[in-house]
Design a protein. Structure first.
Length: 202
């Protein structure tokens, strides 16, 4: 296993162990509608922002209740796809696989309703754009922002959130001696379901 992924996982599992000792943990998964930034050849933009497509996410979460406030770290595998038009007129999908660790701070409002926000630490596993030869991605690690709202109904949770990558992070390709760059920062609307596995200790 890649040492960086192992370290990423150990940090989350240590956090999850602490959180579970205090409150609880569970599983989560969902769908997203996502897009990335501009695909460029030097200064020419082929398709501004591309075309968003659906993606998915699946993972674990922990939760530490602190009265009306809570802390919720998550460890999530995310797969996203965006569509771009090349100068040939062909359309190609840009696919990204990454590990996300959002660390969310939430506030309990009325009844089961909560709002939350926090940073998301992201590690890129793979990115691919067919039709272009992959060279490199500028940073394997990046930081994003999550903000959203959730409803908790017993062990079941439903949330919707907006995610935006904050760190500038370009992917680069070459084709026929031309260099292409693509802003790999995701912009997503994410819908998720979660299920608490531990007993409620509050």
């Amino acid at each position: 296993m890649n040492k960086k992924i192992a370290l990423f996982s150990m940090v989350f599992l240590s956090t999850l162990y602490f959180v579970n000792a205090q409150n609880g943990f569970g599983i989560k998964g969902g769908l997203s509608y996502n897009s990335n930034g501009d695909l460029k050849e030097v200064t020419e933009v082929y398709k501004n922002n591309g075309k968003g497509k659906s993606g998915f996410n699946i993972g674990f979460y922990g939760k530490l209740d602190l009265g009306p406030i809570y802390i919720r770290p998550e460890f999530v595998y995310t797969k996203t796809t965006s569509e771009y038009v090349l100068n040939t007129g062909d359309t190609e999908d840009y696919k990204v696989s990454k590990l996300d660790i959002p660390v969310l701070v939430g506030i309990k409002l009325i009844g089961p309703l909560n709002i939350f926000a926090g940073p998301a630490f992201q590690y890129y596993l793979d990115n691919d754009l067919k039709g272009l030869n992959f060279e490199s991605i500028e940073n394997e690690f990046s930081i994003g922002l999550n903000i959203g709202a959730s409803i908790e109904l017993g062990r079941l949770g439903i949330d919707v959130r907006y995610e935006r990558g904050l760190s500038e992070n370009e992917a680069r390709w070459t084709k026929a001696s031309e260099t292409f760059t693509l802003d790999s920062r995701p912009e997503q609307i994410i819908f998720s379901l979660s299920y608490r596995l531990s007993k409620n200790k509050s």
